[in-house]
Design a protein around this ligand. Sequence first.
Ligand code: ADP
Length: 251
Amino acid sequence: MDEKLSFFKDGLRLDGRRPDELRPIKIEVGVLERADGSCYIEMGDNKVIAAVYGPREVHPRHLQEVTRAIVRYRYNMASFSVEERKRPGPDRRSYEVSKVSREALASVILTSYFPRSVVDIFVEVLQADAGTRTAGINAASVALADAGIPMKGLISSCAAGKVDGEIVLDPMKAEDNFGEADVPIAMTPGGEITLLQMDGRLSRDEFRRALELAKVGCQQIYEVQRRVLVDRYSSIAAPESCEAAEAEEEA
Ligand code: ADP
């Protein structure tokens, strides 16, 4: 059988998406009472929850930074999140994902506002279907905003990959497992890249196309993140409402 038939049918992917299409996204803000900020996200079959605590006192205290807050990020996959039970607890992969995700977000957090304190971000993957690090970053970014942590902007994240020689946006599990490459990125609304990883092999031209596609995906995710936050905090966040209020005051 021609291998191309296995991942594309009539130009569409196994789940009916076009090559440049994201999986459906659903975002809920403020889902946890005890956290300072929280977010639940579904990106396709990924289900991820993020909780943000802080800025708060650093424990252990020797980790304190005199001039700025530190940012901690813990990514964890529930043992029931994958088909075969995952051994609970941290492993090499979760340390790696936590490190790169922390770095993807820390650069936009205005840490100098909160010396000697910590912003703790916890990301729990409840159901995994490839792209959990990007879903986690998207959820964490919204949860940071929900916690009122001052940031230069929201971070949006998604991956592009190569399957059967085609560059595709937001690979799902089957494409990630059997595909030729996976390029997760994260970026600011202005297009500044804060995460760039690559698994597999791509030519220079393919890499450029994958990067461009992932950037377009991030812009679309940003619109969803922004809309969800505006809906929740409409009176504060929507410039239109502020303008309307000002106009009303002047009248
Ligand atoms: P990401 O989830 O960010 O794409 P990976 O590329 O490392 O990260 O993993 C791809 C997918 O492989 C995960 O989303 C998950 O569905 C699956 N996976 C990862 N780790 C495990 C594991 N320990 N057991 C079973 N499946 C796993």
